[in-house]
Ligand binder design. Structure first.
Ligand code: ADP
Ligand code: MG
Length: 401
């Protein structure tokens, strides 16, 4: 059984370190989508209300050392606005400064530590290094609350080791996310369709094998589709491609056929002359990417309009849909069409529709959809996929009795 905040007892005057996922998209130090901050508020408010001394910890981006552009300082400012109360910012995540600041907190006050990944020990592959870093974090707190759903699939110091060092439990966001995902894993209404896209190609190709026995239809778009097209023998120009995954992908396609899972692939692709918002672009057949007048050096940046329609029909006629990963480079308006059409179809599902993933959730909001028209918008992409695969997630395992 997962330990939750309800099991945590009286938190008055207790120093509670909360591992949040405040990894928001930034552009020139401006937060472009604050969804993950808003998703963290419920737990923070609950702790503030209980009179705890609240110490928030998170990562931002993937730095290996201190990088000014990846400071959490702008997040502290936004959090302060959303909470309507002061958030003290510690420019270090551990050490004397952090100690001094967190030990000065009064009941119900909130502090945010600097980006955990400025210390390479947070994500080290060496358990000793991670444990040492977790011990430093643990000295500041009495209790740990794990609420960064987007990172519970990672064996990282603040997620895994820290939860083992202190009395720990899941926060309200993690609880809420698991409630929805459990509905997807235990007897989903059928047809059950999973739509995959985005750019973390090898990560996502790796989950397909585990999803195949569970789903009826699997639609693939986004950056990962080019590895699949390559596996089918098509040329993909300069599109995102994981050459070393081509063989595995071929096996997966065969496995899908054996299991009777319908694999839905784009029939047309929106190609571009370069990776830019203003690039010349055109729609071509998926098996003729290199054959247009734009030449062979083109990049596929979106699924084409015909594909978007096919994907949308598969989605809208399903009873359960999970979607992770944009269908194209939606940040450029010329390549946002596929993502927009698929998102629109999710809003029409007569059943449960779930959007998962930081960028997918941001895309839905950036494209102007009302969050309420989806069954659930998950803050975690990789974490929710691994949960759906039935894997044990290290960050959840440590919270179990
Ligand atoms: P999520 O955060 O939802 O799990 P990912 O992080 O895997 O999604 O991928 C999101 C990114 O994928 C977006 O920034 C988008 O621009 C990019 N992307 C989608 N399609 C393509 C493509 N065809 N080529 C390059 N990048 C792509
Ligand atoms: Mg992402």
């Amino acid at each position: 059984m997962l330990r939750t905040l309800d099991d945590a007892g009286d938190l008055r005057s207790k120093a509670v370190i909360v591992r949040c996922d405040l990894n928001v998209p930034l552009s020139n130090s401006q937060i472009t989508d604050d969804g993950r901050i808003r998703a963290s508020l419920e737990t923070i408010n609950r702790l503030v209300g209980a009179g705890a001394k609240v110490i928030l910890a998170s990562h931002l981006g993937r730095p290996k050392e201190r990088e000014v552009e990846l400071s959490l300082a702008p997040v502290a400012t936004r959090l302060q606005e959303l909470l309507g109360k002061d958030v003290k910012f510690s420019p270090e995540c551990t050490g004397d400064l952090a100690q001094a600041l967190t030990s000065s907190l009064k009941d119900g006050e909130v502090a945010l530590l600097e980006n955990l990944r400025f210390d390479a020990a947070e994500t080290s592959s060496d358990p000793q290094q991670r444990a040492a870093f977790a011990r430093e974090l643990a000295t500041m707190a009495d209790i740990m609350v794990s609420d960064g759903f987007g990172v519970v699939h990672r064996k990282q110091a603040s997620v895994y080791e820290l939860a083992g060092l202190l009395p720990s439990c899941a926060g309200l966001l993690v609880e809420a996310e698991l409630k929805v995902l459990d509905r997807l894993t235990t007897t989903p209404s059928r047809p059950y369709t999973v739509v995959l896209g985005g750019s973390k190609v090898s990560d996502k190709l790796a989950v397909i094998g585990h999803l195949l026995p569970k789903v009826d239809r699997l639609a693939i778009g986004g950056g990962m589709v080019f590895t699949v097209l390559k596996a089918m023998g098509h040329n993909v120009g300069k599109s995102l491609l994981e050459e070393d995954q081509v063989e595995t992908t071929r096996d997966l396609l065969k496995q899908a056929a054996d299991l009777g899972v319908q694999i839905i692939l784009p029939t047309d692709i929106e190609i571009a002359s370069s990776f830019s918002a203003e690039a010349t672009h055109k729609t071509v057949q998926a098996d003729a990417i290199e054959e247009s007048e734009l030449g062979a050096e083109v990049l596929g940046l979106d699924i084409g309009p015909e594909s978007a329609k096919i994907f949308a029909e598969a989605v809208a006629s399903s009873k359960t849909v999970f979607w992770n990963g944009p269908m194209g480079v939606f940040e450029f308006p010329n390549f946002a069409h596929g993502t927009k059409v698929v998102a629109e179809a999710l809003t029409q599902v007569n059943g449960l529709s779930v959007v998962g993933g930081g960028d997918s959730a941001a895309a839905v909001r950036a494209l102007g959809f009302d969050e309420a028209s989806f069954g659930h918008i998950s803050t975690g992409g990789g974490a929710s996929l691994e949960y759906l695969e039935g894997k044990t997630l290290p960050g959840l395992e440590v919270l179990n009795d």
